[in-house]
Design a protein around this ligand. Structure first.
Ligand code: FES
Length: 153
């Protein structure tokens, strides 16, 4: 009861799912589409663990309803690599040890991709500011900034 059909275009593929209209994009990705790379930290827009790209812009997927994202291009961490070839941001996080426990990493990487694409990584300070919505309880911030800055070139 109350369940409706919706379709989401995720990582280039249109997928249909049945969910209540109140379901967040985060829960739809994780629970309906089994895309568990996107993490749930706070579920209240405060940690950035759930960051995905929607039409190229970063979005906290816990704060938007799945049903409102129909017809948009959604990209999750699972959609970044091309086959065996890591996205440059993924490779840079490995090179610079941009994580410890790894829980925040998918969100950090998605935010980093948007940061570079939108030209917000021209200095360390600017990068830190832009990435400040992505919390890392391990405190890997210096290495995260180094990774993003390397990709920015
Ligand atoms: Fe969405 Fe924390 S889970 S911001």
């Amino acid at each position: 009861e109350g369940v409706t059909s919706m379709s989401l275009k995720v990582n280039g593929t249109v997928r249909t799912l049945q969910a209540e209209p109140r379901v967040s994009l985060l829960d739809a990705l994780r629970e309906n589409l089994d895309l568990t790379g996107t993490k749930k930290g706070c579920d209240h827009g405060q940690c950035g663990a759930c960051t995905v790209l929607v039409d190229g812009r970063r979005v906290n997927s816990c704060l938007t309803l799945a049903i409102m994202n129909q017809g948009k291009e959604i990209t999750t961490i699972e959609g970044l690599a091309k086959g065996e070839e890591l996205h440059p941001m993924q490779a840079a996080f490995i090179k610079h040890d941009g994580f410890q426990c790894g829980y925040c990493t998918p969100g950090q990487i998605m935010s980093g991709v948007a940061c570079v694409r939108e030209g917000h990584a021209t200095t360390d300070d600017q990068t830190r500011e832009w990435m400040s919505g992505n919390l890392c309880r391990c405190g890997a911030y210096p290495n995260i900034v180094a990774a993003v800055r390397e990709v920015a070139g």
